[in-house]
Each structure stands twice: as structure tokens, then as C-alpha cells.
Design a protein around this ligand. Structure first.
Ligand SMILES: [Zn+2]
Length: 232
């Protein structure tokens, strides 16, 4: 399945996999430029601040309210964990925290809180397999993953403090390389540290109203996605 992943053209969608409960995991593309960035929402299904943002961002790109630099292709997966998003649950339908299940070198089956259940094996979940094959197919130049947390921040993984600072100018959140606890199996570790893909985990303030979150972060996300267009 993953070998047949279809990369969409500008303005169109493809399905990059199916969730445990067989919901489609959708990928939407804007722009056909050579510089590729990836925006992900809804890894944690109880963080609507992230996936509602991603869906509105897609709408605004579709109807032209937002526009992109010419050299850019922006790929968006609004809901990487559609089963969790459908029922306001952090984990996927097998109770696995998808941001602890990616096959990182430091992956461990240890966990202390069931919220962070990493699964029985690294990369065991269909949603994780979809994530891994998507990264292999797109080879994005940077990634922003949208989450929410009581401590809003721009968590950056990989050599991308410059990118985080660019986003800080627009949204005022502090760039931090460390969220305060270890996250083996996370996208930041898998993509940012191990594959050297600049990776931002944007932690929107938990509970912020969707309109307010969008106002605070739309420009920051757009600037972040475009950041490497302006770099030598
Ligand atoms: Zn999260």
C-alpha cells in the first residue's frame, strides 16, 4: 500500500492510508514548487486546536485567502489520527499514542501513563506506517505538526532555531528545543533529530478558541512553511 502512495498535484487530494477504523488519511497539496513543506494536524485527536487550524488553513489556501510563494509546495494532512479526532481521544483506536509509536532509534515500550502508551512495537500502527511512507515519498524540507498544550510554545527539533525564531516573530511564542520530558517515538525525534528534517511541533495554547488560534498562528505557519524558500 505504502509503495503506491500517490502524490497529488496542486489543489487536489489523495489518500495516503487508512486508520485502524478504516477512515481515510487525506493529503492535500498547494503549489507545485520544488521546495516542499509538510503541515500535519490531528496526531492527537483530543487537540482540536491543531486539526481545526489545519482544516481552516486548507480552506483559506483553496479559496485564495492565503497565497504561497511560487517556489513552494505545501502538503497538508489535516488529521493524521482520524479515529482519535472523531471521538476527541488522544490515542488511535488501539489506544496507542501515535507521537510515541514512530520507529525512532530510542523507541521504548516503557510508559508510565496510559496516555502515552507507545504500542507493543515501534511503528506498529497503520497511522505510523502512513506517516513514515509519506515522509519517504515527499522528502519534505521542513515539517510543522500542530498540537496543543497548556504551555504554548514553538518546539523545534533538528537544526532549525532560525525557523522557530521566524515563527516567533509572528505568533510571539517561545522557541524551545525541549518540551520538558523525553518523547521517544515522536515525530520531532524521527524526522527532526534522526533525519535532519527541520521539524516544528507548534503547541497552540490548550483551550484557545479556534478563531483566536487561527489569528495568532496563520501568519506564523505560513511564514514557517515558506522559510526555506528564502534561504540560500
Ligand atoms: Zn499533542
Amino acid at each position: 500500500m505504502s509503495a503506491n502512495l500517490t502524490i497529488p498535484v496542486h489543489g487536489s487530494r489523495s489518500v495516503i492510508g487508512h486508520s485502524t477504523r478504516n477512515l481515510p488519511i487525506e493529503l492535500i497539496r498547494f503549489g507545485m514548487g520544488p521546495i516542499t513543506s509538510l503541515l500535519i494536524g490531528g496526531v492527537h485527536g483530543d487537540e482540536p486546536e491543531g486539526f481545526l487550524f489545519a482544516e481552516r488553513f486548507v480552506e483559506d489556501l483553496q479559496d485564495g485567502a492565503l497565497s504561497l510563494p511560487e517556489d513552494l509546495s505545501v502538503f497538508v494532512v489535516p488529521r493524521m489520527n482520524p479515529d482519535g479526532c472523531a471521538v476527541d481521544r488522544r490515542t488511535n483506536a488501539r489506544n496507542v499514542d501515535l507521537n510515541r509509536n514512530l520507529p525512532t532509534k530510542d523507541w521504548t515500550s516503557d510508559f508510565t501513563n496510559p496516555r502515552y502508551f507507545p504500542g507493543l512495537e515501534a511503528g506498529s500502527e497503520v497511522e505510523s506506517a502512513a506517516t513514515v511512507s509519506l515522509l519517504e515519498a515527499l522528502k519534505p524540507g521542513m515539517i510543522i505538526s500542530l498540537h496543543s498544550y497548556e504551555h504554548a510554545m514553538i518546539n523545534y527539533n533538528g537544526d532549525c532555531l532560525d525557523l522557530a525564531k521566524c515563527m516567533e516573530k509572528s505568533n510571539g511564542l517561545p522557541p524551545k528545543s525541549d518540551i520538558g520530558y523525553p518523547t521517544p517515538g515522536s515525530l520531532g525525534t524521527f524526522a527532526g533529530w534522526e533525519r535532519e528534517i527541520p521539524t516544528i511541533t507548534l503547541e497552540i495554547l490548550r483551550g484557545q478558541l479556534p478563531d483566536d488560534a487561527y489569528k495568532q498562528h496563520a501568519r506564523a505557519v505560513l511564514d514557517g512553511l515558506a522559510f526555506y524558500v528564502s534561504q540560500p
